[in-house]
Design a protein around this ligand. Structure first.
Ligand SMILES: Cc1cc2nc3c(=O)[nH]c(=O)nc-3n(C[C@H](O)[C@H](O)[C@H](O)COP(=O)(O)OP(=O)(O)OC[C@H]3O[C@@H](n4cnc5c(N)ncnc54)[C@H](O)[C@@H]3O)c2cc1C
Length: 380
């Protein structure tokens, strides 16, 4: 294992693979640390399907795309609609191999910048010194919960990122808090595994189930590449309009292939509803809803998404006083650099400064391109 590198990429998910491949292709000595595709393998259910299609990929140069993978494997994309998560994980591994990316499977426990260079302490106690760092933490540190969630005893509650196998909930009464794709996909998976009752409780109306096109995102990514700082320079009203479009298509409209799996005798939606009281009972919990109904649950699943809060990333604690943030997000330059020179952050935590599309793999190639251009510019 190297003791020093020009660029250390912390993370081994899709955004990290894209950035590392792009950096290497541009002659930057790069080392990647993290557990390969860990979020996809351990914090998303193996039986889930993607919302995105074969056109979203990882290669900033546009060669080793998801579509190229399908062709190479002699698979027809139309036979994989929706795409099982296992196919994307296999694509990421195919991409990693074709780009000759080696992943150092250790984790970083601490990052400092004592004398102009970064020093990453690894979980085996050794260190790696790096001139520059791209941190790619994903969303797993940012699981979001309603304020009252600790009123549910901890053995009886999970965030969706913690509950990815469902065998133990066969015959269980489950309440899901949240009403977006993951809430209803977890409900479908619970039905597949024989849950007795699934109640889905959310503040908004029952979502629509309809086929959506994500093509509206393409011009926004093109604009981001064409004009540095495009998103941050948009008037607030335009940012709100685009975020609203993203919310409508991505959040309020759910995939129609879920519908036949939501057994009507098992799943009940509680739209326009909140939880107003929680009472633990013997090995269960009673939830009172704002519509005056009462539910008894053997398990409560929080499908409440993710909320960026950089202070929750343990390996950044030592440098946190040097990394300025707003509302938990790092304040990033137009090249994804934080206020700590040489430390870049890409992926979910960049969505405030780059737009909501950077929470999905659609943003991988463009963020890799922009971050690597910035790394080369500052090295010149
Ligand atoms: C339910 C669900 C469904 C989704 N569906 C889609 C979809 O259909 N299409 C789509 O494009 N996106 C989808 N997404 C979003 C997708 O998961 C993210 O866009 C993507 O995972 C972000 O990639 P990333 O590389 O930023 O982070 P991640 O994939 O989260 O990777 C984070 C990496 O950081 C590493 N790491 C963490 N801590 C350390 C440490 N201390 N040291 C070193 N490494 C560390 C981990 O090991 C991991 O390798 C979905 C997300 C969820 C939750």
């Amino acid at each position: 294992m190297p003791k020093r590198t020009d660029l250390l990429v912390i993370g081994a998910g899709p955004y990290a693979y894209s950035a590392a491949a792009c950096a290497r292709a541009n002659g930057i000595e790069t080392h990647i640390v993290g557990h390969s595709m860990a979020f996809w393998q351990e914090q998303m259910p193996a039986e889930m399907f993607l919302r995105s299609g074969p056109d979203w990929h990882l290669d900033a140069d546009g060669n080793y795309t998801f579509e190229a993978y399908f062709a190479d494997r002699e698979m027809r994309p139309e036979d994989f609609d929706p795409i099982p998560i296992s196919v994307f994980i296999d694509y990421a591994e195919w991409f990693r191999q074709h780009m000759s990316l080696e992943v150092d499977e250790r984790l970083v426990t601490d990052l400092t910048k004592p004398n102009g260079a970064f020093v990453a302490t690894m979980d085996d106690g050794s260190t790696i010194t790096a001139e520059k760092v791209v941190a790619v933490p994903g969303a797993s540190y940012f699981a979001n919960f309603p304020r009252w969630y600790t009123n549910v005893p901890s053995p009886l509650r999970s965030h969706t990122s913690e509950l990815v196998s469902f065998e133990n909930l066969a015959a269980a009464r489950v309440v899901i808090i949240g009403g977006r794709q993951s809430a209803y996909e977890w409900a479908a998976l619970l039905c597949d595994h024989g849950a007795e009752q699934v109640h889905v409780v959310h503040r908004h109306p029952t979502p629509q189930f309809a086929k959506v096109s994500w093509a509206f995102v393409n011009p926004y990514i093109d604009q981001t590449l064409a004009q540095r700082g495009w998103w941050r320079r948009l008037p607030a009203s335009e940012q709100q309009r685009i975020s609203g479009e993203f919310w409508r298509v991505g959040r309020l409209t759910l995939e129609p292939w879920l519908v036949p799996r939501l057994a009507t005798k098992v799943v009940t939606s509680h739209p326009d509803c909140t939880v107003v009281d929680v009472t633990p009972e013997h090995q269960a919990v009673r939830l009172q809803l704002s519509d005056l109904s009462t539910l008894t649950a053997d398990h409560v699943i929080f499908a409440c998404g993710y909320k960026t809060d950089l202070s929750r990333i343990p390996y950044l604690h030592s440098v946190s006083h040097q990394v300025s943030t707003t509302d938990g997000f790092p304040d990033l330059t137009e090249g994804f650099e934080t206020s700590l020179a040489g430390l870049h952050v890409i992926g979910f935590a960049s969505t405030r400064d780059f737009g909501p599309f950077y929470g999905f793999t659609k943003g991988c190639p463009s963020s890799a391109r922009i971050a690597v251009d910035e790394l080369m510019r500052s090295a010149a």
